[in-house]
Design a protein around this ligand. Structure first.
Ligand SMILES: Cc1ncc(C[n+]2csc(CCOP(=O)(O)OP(=O)(O)O)c2C)c(N)n1
Ligand SMILES: CC(=O)[C@@H](O)[C@H](O)COP(=O)(O)O
Ligand SMILES: [Mg+2]
Length: 625
């Protein structure tokens, strides 16, 4: 990619400015917009490939519709960078995902153009339907548009939204299906084949192309085309149209990078009432060759050299926790024929792609469907398989009831692997794994553990396999401590037992998970400053090690608990409850993620400091008398 001067980019600070451009100028503007996104993401990382794929779409929607009066909802929101830049955030985009800067996702609080917040998948149709219904109830005339990817469309919630909205034939809403045949990894499932079928059906497309050409040149034909709708499409498509079955009028597929064609089609659709869906074909990473050629890696590539496409990674020899999970799962699957892996659309994110490559028949990418992933796992477990179901902590929130109803009550031996537990950094409030220790800590029959380091993660996964009970293993995003783990012999760990890491006399520090390593450094520094702190690693949030806690309660008047999770309802709360119940008068100070606000985006180091449980914060709490 070559450096270039911008002639059009700087002229647009709002959709109103955009509308002043001719269609030819709009195309030139889109080229520059794409270039700017690449240039900025190279130095300030973000969701590059999806946003490159939606440049023309964002421009065309803002060109045709009257945002913010017309409501535009982006599903997930990771493809909305062009939208942000068009809607007055061109300069602010330099602060994308930085502490105090704009969010990587749409946010209602950030701009009137962000009609609905994003981050988690498959919400757009339900939200847009709510807005369309509200407009109807309030007698307001406005358009509502939901842009949803083919990956997000695999989520059950999207179908719940369509089912509901489709029954309301008068309600005016447009769903734009942004189909690039990719989620983060390869698209999966029956919907993928279906979308491929309708986007490649030659007879239907030849007919449809003629229809759209008429649309463009002879406006009165619009009415005719509307009437032609269902019957013709059904006749030409071998399968009945899925979206039409939900009472959505189906239009497309159209080329999502031909901004002129998009404008033409959207203008036409604006005149059609009721629920309708426009199928748009895009290329993930469009316009940046490295991203087009390796769409998965360029979903969120980190920093890179825009000229060469070389990604800039810091190599310090330490593995990520997800690497430990991915390789250990392969090792366990080799050890035990009952082991399988389940991921809701995150094989690369959680490194289950290692199992997918090694034993594809024993690895299931079920689409963006966390609830289904858990219940599917429960079904497998009920039939003698040991599923390792890996879900990012924040997305597990979607499957809370499935864990209670389908796993815990029935005591089925599902291993729930919670990746991204704790603060995740730049993705911000929607993605921090803040609540899991609180929401799993209160469920009967669940064992909940978190390792201190890589080797312990490996051993906890092994222990979970041996346990025969519902077992949660929770670990954070990013790199570990550098502990040796590869090819280490497995060790079965005692369930519900913690251990003392450091002896001390003045007070005790209780930790769970890798944040214990940070606390260990603070404990050392406290000793140098004259405070002798005993350090205990609980390892299990449930069941708690009561013997260990009795020892602490008996010996210490002052305790600091540290967890990379929300302070209320988490491990600190459970420890305090235990001391109360046992009648210990120990004073407990709990450090963790605050529960009086959502923590926003920033680097992990900045956020730990802000929340007061970085090394300095823990040290301060230990020294406080
Ligand atoms: C509930 C939930 N599960 C998983 C994710 C992680 N995730 C973010 S984007 C994405 C893929 C989305 O695919 P698609 O909608 O087709 O957009 P594309 O990346 O192809 O542009 C996934 C799985 C999420 N954001 N929300
Ligand atoms: C938008 C989204 O939900 C994912 O792309 C997420 O940002 C991935 O996070 P990791 O970078 O932690 O895999
Ligand atoms: Mg996609």
């Amino acid at each position: 990619m070559e450096k270039r001067e911008y002639n059009w980019l700087d002229r647009v600070d709002s959709p109103r400015d955009l509308k002043r451009l001719s269609l030819d100028e709009l195309r030139l503007y889109c080229d520059e917009l794409r270039h700017y996104i690449i240039e900025q993401c190279a130095v300030n990382p973000g969701h590059l490939a999806s946003s490159l794929g939606a440049v023309e779409l964002a421009a065309a929607v803002h060109y045709v519709f009257d945002t913010p009066d017309d409501r535009l909802v982006w599903d997930v929101g990771h493809q909305a960078y062009a939208h942000k830049i068009i809607t007055g955030r061109r300069e602010a985009f330099r602060t994308n995902r930085k502490l105090g800067g704009i969010s990587g996702f749409p946010r209602i609080a950030e701009s009137p153009y962000d009609a609905f917040g994003g981050g988690h998948s498959s919400v757009s149709i339900s939200a847009a339907f709510g807005m369309a219904k509200a407009a109807e109830l309030r007698g307001e005339k406005r358009q509502v548009i939901a842009v949803i990817g083919d990956g997000a469309m695999t989520g059950g919630l999207a179908f719940e939204g369509m089912n509901n909205a489709g029954a309301s034939r008068k309600t005016n809403m447009l769903v734009v299906l942004n189909d690039n045949n990719m989620a983060i990894d390869q698209a999966t499932g029956a919907l993928k084949s279906y979308l491929l079928h309708i986007s490649t059906s030659k007879r239907y497309n030849a007919f449809k192309n003629r229809l759209w050409r008429w649309f463009a040149h002879v406006p009165p034909l619009l009415t005719l085309c509307r009437r032609a709708g269902n019957a013709v499409k059904h006749g030409l498509l071998q399968k009945s149209n899925l979206f039409e079955s939900f009472n959505f009028r189906y239009f497309g597929p159209v080329d999502g990078h031909d901004v002129r064609a998009l404008v033409t089609v959207l203008r036409a659709l604006k005149e059609i009432d009721g629920p309708k869906l426009l199928h748009v074909m895009t290329v993930k990473g469009k316009g940046y060759s490295p991203a087009e050629h390796n769409q998965c890696e360029w979903h969120a590539p980190g920093r890179f050299n825009p000229e060469t496409g070389e990604r800039i990674a810091s190599a310090d020899g330490r593995d990520r926790y997800q690497d430990v999970f991915g390789q250990t799962l392969v090792d366990l699957a080799r050890l035990d024929r009952r082991v399988v892996g389940i991921t809701p659309a995150m094989p690369s994110g959680c490194s289950m792609n290692l199992l997918l490559r090694a034993m594809p028949e024993r690895c299931f990418d079920v689409g963006i469907a966390e609830g289904h992933a858990v219940t599917f796992s429960a079904g497998l477990a009920a039939a003698g398989i040991v599923p390792f179901c890996n879900i990012y902590s924040t997305f597990m929130q979607r499957a809370f009831d499935n864990v209670i109803h389908d796993v815990a009550i029935q005591r089925l031996p599902v291993v729930l692997c919670l990746d991204r537990g704790g603060l995740v950094g730049e993705d911000g409030a929607t993605h921090h794994g803040a609540f899991d220790l609180a929401y799993f800590g209160c469920i009967p029959n669940l064992t909940v553990a978190s390792p201190l380091d890589e080797r312990e993660l490996r051993n906890l996964l092994y222990t979970a396999l041996q346990s025969g009970v519902p077992f949660v293993v929770r670990y954070p995003r990013g790199k570990g401590e550098g502990a040796a783990w590869r090819d280490e012999a497995f060790e079965r760990l005692p369930i519900g037992r913690g251990r003392r890491l450091t002896e001390g006399d003045d007070m005790a520090v209780l930790t769970i998970g890798p944040v214990g390593n940070v606390a260990a450094r603070a404990v050392k520094r406290a000793a140098a400053e004259g405070v002798s702190a005993a350090h205990y690693d609980l390892r299990f949030a449930r069941p708690l090690d009561e013997e260990l806690l009795d020892e602490v309660g008996r010996r210490f008047e002052r305790v600091v608990t540290v967890e990379d999770g929300v302070v209320r309802g988490g491990v600190g709360s459970a420890v305090r409850d235990f001391f109360d119940r046992r009648g210990y008068r120990t004073q407990v100070r709990s450090l963790g993620i605050p529960d009086d606000r959502f923590v926003e985006h920033g680097t992990p180091a900045e956020l730990y400091a802000q929340c007061g449980f970085d090394e300095e914060g823990i040290l301060r709490a230990i020294l406080e008398r």
